[in-house]
Design a protein around this ligand. Structure first.
Ligand code: B12
Length: 390
C-alpha cells in the first residue's frame, strides 16, 4: 500500500495537470475539455468494424487494423493513461449567396482547422510536458488513427447524434475535436447520459438518405464524402448534391441543439466572400495560382483544384441555368482533367438547351477519352436520336 501522503500527492498532481490544461485550452478558444481513460473502447471497435464491413466507408480504405488501433490510444502512445478530449466551436453566421454561387460547408471556409487545432494542441502538449518534466503527450486531430467521437463521448464532451456528429451541451455539433493522449494519469470524467430521443430532423433533411436513423451513416451517400471524391461521382448521386461544392451542413443546420448554439470566434468566418460562396462559373476554370492563394489555405484544398472544378460543374448542372452553358462547353472542350470534362458533359445534358446539346455533339466527335465519351453519350441519351454520334 502506498503511504497516505504519496497518494495525496499523486491526487493533487493529477488535478493540477488537468486544471493546467483546461485553463490553457480555454484561453486558446476551446469550449469543452474533458478526460477519458486511455483504455481500449471495445464498443466503438465493434461499431467501426461493423461500419467497415457494411462498406459504409468504402472510399476511405479503412480496415480491421484501423478499427483496432483507432479504438486503443496506446497505438498512438504506448504508455498512454489518459485522453484529453477538446472541443472547439466553429459555427459562423450563414453566408449570403446569390444565384450561381456554390455552397461551402461551415467547417471549410475559414483558415484550415487542422492547422489551428494542431497549433493549439502542440502548445498544450508543451505546457504539460514542461509541468511533468518529460515528454508525456501525443496529439491528434482528424488525421491520426483515433476514433475521436468515441473518446469525446466517453469523456462526456457530448453525445453522438443521429447525424453521427458529436453534440456538446450548449455548443451543438459545430465543434472540431482534438485529443492529447498522455501517459499522465488524470482524473477521468463521466460520460453524459443523453441521446437524440425521438428527433429525426437530420434524417429527414438529408437529400441523399445517407443517415440510417440508428446513429450510423452510409458515408458513400454523404455529400461531404461525395464532394471529396477524386474519382467521378456516381451519376445517380449527382442531382442530389444540389449546389454544395464542398462538404454539407444540412443535417446539422436542422439539429435543435446545434441551431440553438451561439456563433464561434470570428476567426472561423470565411476567408473572404468568394471562399464562402464561390461563383460557380469562375470556379469551373480554377487554375493552380488562385487555388494555392485561396483554397489551399482552407480545409477544401487537400484534394486539389480539379476536384473543385468537377464540383462546380455538378453544381451548375443542378442550378439548371442556361447562362452557364458556354462556360461548361469550354470546360468540356478544354479542361485537362477527364473527370471535369465528364462532369461538364453531365451538366450540359441537364441544362439541355440547344447550345448545350450542340456542345455535347461537337465534343463527342473530338473527345479522345473513353470515359468522357460515355458521359457525353449518357448526357445526350434523354434527347433521343436527334444526333448521330460518331
Ligand atoms: C472519415 C471521416 C468522415 C467521413 C465519414 C463520416 C462518418 N460519420 O463516419 C465523411 C467524409 C463523410 C465525413 C464527413 C464529415 N465530417 Co468527418 N471525419 C472522418 C474521420 C477522419 C473518421 C471518422 C470515422 O472513423 N468514421 C467511422 C465511424 C464508424 O466512426 P465514428 O464516426 O467515430 O463513429 C462513431 C459513431 O458513429 C458512433 N456510433 C456508431 N453506431 C452507433 C450506434 C449507436 C446506438 C450510438 C449511440 C453511436 C453509434 O460510434 C462510432 C464509434 O465511436 C473523423 C476524424 C477521426 N479520426 O475520428 C472526422 C470527423 C468525424 N469529421 C468531422 C466533421 C466536422 C465532418 C463534417 C461535419 C464536415 C462537413 N460539414 O462536411 C461531415 C459530417 C458528416 C456526418 N454526418 O458524419 C469532425 C466531427 C466533429 C463532431 N462534432 O463530431 C471529425 C471528428 C474531425 C475533427 N477532428 O473534428 N467525415
Amino acid at each position: 500500500m502506498k503511504p497516505f501522503h504519496l497518494v495525496e500527492n499523486i491526487r493533487s498532481l493529477r488535478s493540477d495537470h488537468k486544471a493546467l490544461v483546461i485553463a490553457a485550452a480555454f484561453e486558446r478558444g476551446a469550449a469543452a475539455v474533458r478526460v477519458a481513460p486511455a483504455v481500449p473502447d471495445m464498443r466503438s471497435r465493434e461499431r467501426l468494424s461493423a461500419s467497415f464491413a457494411r462498406g459504409d466507408l468504402e472510399t476511405w480504405s479503412y480496415d480491421e487494423r484501423y478499427a483496432q488501433s483507432a479504438t486503443d490510444p496506446r497505438a498512438l502512445l504506448p504508455d498512454a493513461r489518459s485522453v484529453i478530449c477538446i472541443a472547439v466551436p466553429y459555427a459562423s453566421p450563414p453566408v449570403a449567396r446569390e444565384r450561381l454561387q456554390g455552397r461551402v460547408s461551415n467547417y471549410a471556409w475559414s483558415e484550415d482547422y487542422h492547422r489551428r487545432m494542431r497549433t493549439m494542441l502542440a502548445e498544450l502538449a508543451a505546457i504539460l510536458n514542461e509541468a511533468a518534466g518529460a515528454d508525456v503527450c501525443a496529439i491528434a486531430c482528424d488525421t491520426k488513427a483515433i476514433a475521436e467521437r468515441a473518446f469525446a463521448e466517453r469523456a462526456g464532451v457530448g453525445w453522438v447524434g443521429k447525424h453521427t456528429n458529436l453534440i456538446a451541451p450548449k455548443l451543438g455539433s459545430f465543434v472540431f475535436l482534438g485529443e492529447i493522449v498522455t501517459s499522465l494519469e488524470l482524473e477521468p470524467d463521466e460520460p453524459l447520459r443523453k441521446s437524440c430521443g425521438t428527433c429525426t430532423r437530420c434524417i429527414d433533411a438529408c437529400p441523399t438518405r445517407a443517415l440510417r436513423g440508428d446513429y450510423t451513416i452510409d458515408a458513400r451517400r454523404c455529400i461531404a464524402d461525395l464532394t471529396q471524391r477524386t474519382d467521378p461521382i456516381p451519376r445517380e448521386m449527382r442531382p442530389l448534391i444540389g449546389e454544395w461544392i464542398w462538404g454539407c451542413d444540412l443535417c446539422q443546420d436542422v439539429c435543435p441543439p446545434t441551431a440553438r448554439a451561439s456563433h464561434a470566434h470570428e476567426s472561423f468566418r470565411p476567408l473572404d466572400a468568394q471562399t464562402g460562396a464561390p461563383p460557380l462559373v469562375h470556379l469551373l476554370s480554377l487554375r493552380s495560382g488562385e487555388f494555392k492563394r485561396r483554397y489551399a489555405r482552407t480545409a477544401m484544398g487537400w484534394r486539389g483544384a480539379a476536384v473543385l472544378r468537377r464540383n462546380a460543374a455538378i453544381a451548375l448542372g443542378n442550378a439548371l441555368d442556361r447562362s452557364a452553358a458556354p462556360a461548361l462547353a469550354v470546360a468540356l472542350e478544354n479542361d485537362p482533367h477527364p473527370m471535369v470534362r465528364g462532369a461538364a458533359a453531365w451538366a450540359l445534358g441537364r441544362i439541355g438547351s440547344p447550345q448545350a446539346l450542340a456542345a455535347l455533339e461537337a465534343a463527342h466527335t473530338a473527345e479522345a477519352d473513353e470515359g468522357v465519351r460515355e458521359e457525353i453519350t449518357a448526357a445526350l441519351e434523354p434527347y433521343g436520336p436527334r444526333v448521330a454520334l460518331g
